[in-house]
Design a protein around this ligand. Structure first.
Ligand SMILES: NC(=O)c1ccc[n+]([C@@H]2O[C@H](COP(=O)([O-])OP(=O)(O)OC[C@H]3O[C@@H](n4cnc5c(N)ncnc54)[C@H](OP(=O)(O)O)[C@@H]3O)[C@@H](O)[C@H]2O)c1
Ligand SMILES: *[C@@H]1O[C@H](CO)[C@@H](O)[C@H](O)[C@H]1NC(C)=O
Length: 287
């Protein structure tokens, strides 16, 4: 094996172990009876998180726009062992719905231990063609509703020594083509909640913040967009969901899932031109 290969392999191993070892042990019992609000829980990763919290015996409020689907997810959560489940249909593009959802959860559960912000509005996978209106709308759904809900829940999380979990993306740390509006909303989240993290830490707040960096996950909405377009491997939504829950429960600031998203995030700063070359050549694209 060449020296370069050895160095690369060794640094991969070190990075992998660094990520694995620094995570404290997860106690599933800590989630029994926990009061949880999960957004974007009608499908995808949010739905899988609802099922995991249910298996752990939590008390869960789920939300999304489609009431019928929320009803079905609620029934499945109950059959999996959730202590309580409530759902509320809401549109996160609306000015009042985000706060209404937090109020609903606080009232139904009598407080909150976990606020898991996960929803995203649908956004096309295509070159930027100047649709500012869509970007403005997406910013409301993917960003403004997050900061509204977090602010509304802060006092309750402070009392319960709770956790704020933000589901972000590698595209919140690194730019990539065909997703300009989406990546903008994720960069906004990373910036905002990174700043809030410092403020809470500096005032010795009881609240932990977790910012989750996900790579490609095999949800229907993601697969619809990228199948045939990229060879990047997709990871299972259920496993992603469990890792997010563990990150929140162990009060870790960051999750990188799958683990190599950590390497990619580092390499874009260390080796920008190589990384840019790889990014631009990982899509089937003809202008
Ligand atoms: N899948 C991936 O490859 C991937 C990669 C990196 C990061 N992530 C992150 O993981 C999280 C979940 O992604 P996902 O793939 O599971 O998404 P998804 O399957 O598209 O689910 C999105 C959820 O948000 C809800 N939603 C959409 N528009 C809404 C609105 N206006 N108001 C309220 N709820 C709305 C949807 O339900 P309704 O339609 O019923 O409203 C659905 O429950 C997101 O934060 C995403 O950025 C995903
Ligand atoms: C942390 O929680 C306790 C109650 O459990 C509360 O008295 C205290 O004020 C909280 N800390 C902050 C910084 O608000």
């Amino acid at each position: 094996m060449g020296t370069l290969k050895k160095i690369v392999l060794a640094s991969l191993c070190v990075a992998f172990l660094a990520v694995k070892w620094t995570v404290p042990r997860f106690d599933a019992e800590s989630l029994r009876g926990a009061k949880v609000l999960v957004t974007g829980a009608s499908t995808g990763i949010g739905e899988q998180m609802a099922y995991h919290y249910a298996r752990f015996g939590a008390q869960v409020v789920i939300t999304a726009r489609r009431e019928k689907v929320l009803q079905q997810v609620t029934e499945k959560c109950l059959s999996l062992g959730a202590q309580k489940v409530f759902y509320i249909a809401a549109d996160m593009a609306s000015e009042s719905d985000p706060e209404k959802v937090v109020d609903f959860a606080l009232e139904k559960l009598g407080g909150l231990d976990y606020l898991v912000l996960n929803h995203i509005g649908p956004s096309p996978f295509s070159t930027w063609k100047g649709d500012v209106e869509h970007t403005r709308w997406l910013m409301k759904v993917n960003f403004f509703s997050y900061i509204q809900m977090a602010w509304k829940a802060l006092a309750s999380l402070e009392q319960s020594k709770g956790s704020l979990v933000v589901v972000s993306s590698l595209l919140g740390k690194m730019s990539s083509p065909f997703v300009a509006p989406y990546t903008a909303t994720k960069f906004a989240l990373n910036g905002f909640f990174g700043s809030l993290y410092h403020e809470l830490a500096m005032k010795k707040s009881n609240i932990s913040i977790s910012i989750c960096t996900l790579g490609l996950i095999d949800t229907d909405s993601a697969m619809e967009k990228v199948s045939g377009v990229t060879k990047v491997p997709a990871y299972p939504a259920s496993d992603a969901a469990l890792n997010i829950i563990i990150t929140g429960a162990t009060r870790q600031l960051e999750l990188f899932y799958p683990w190599f998203t950590y390497i990619v995030a580092l390499s874009k700063d260390w080796f920008p031109s190589v990384t840019n070359h790889i990014i631009q050549n990982s899509y089937n694209y003809s202008p």
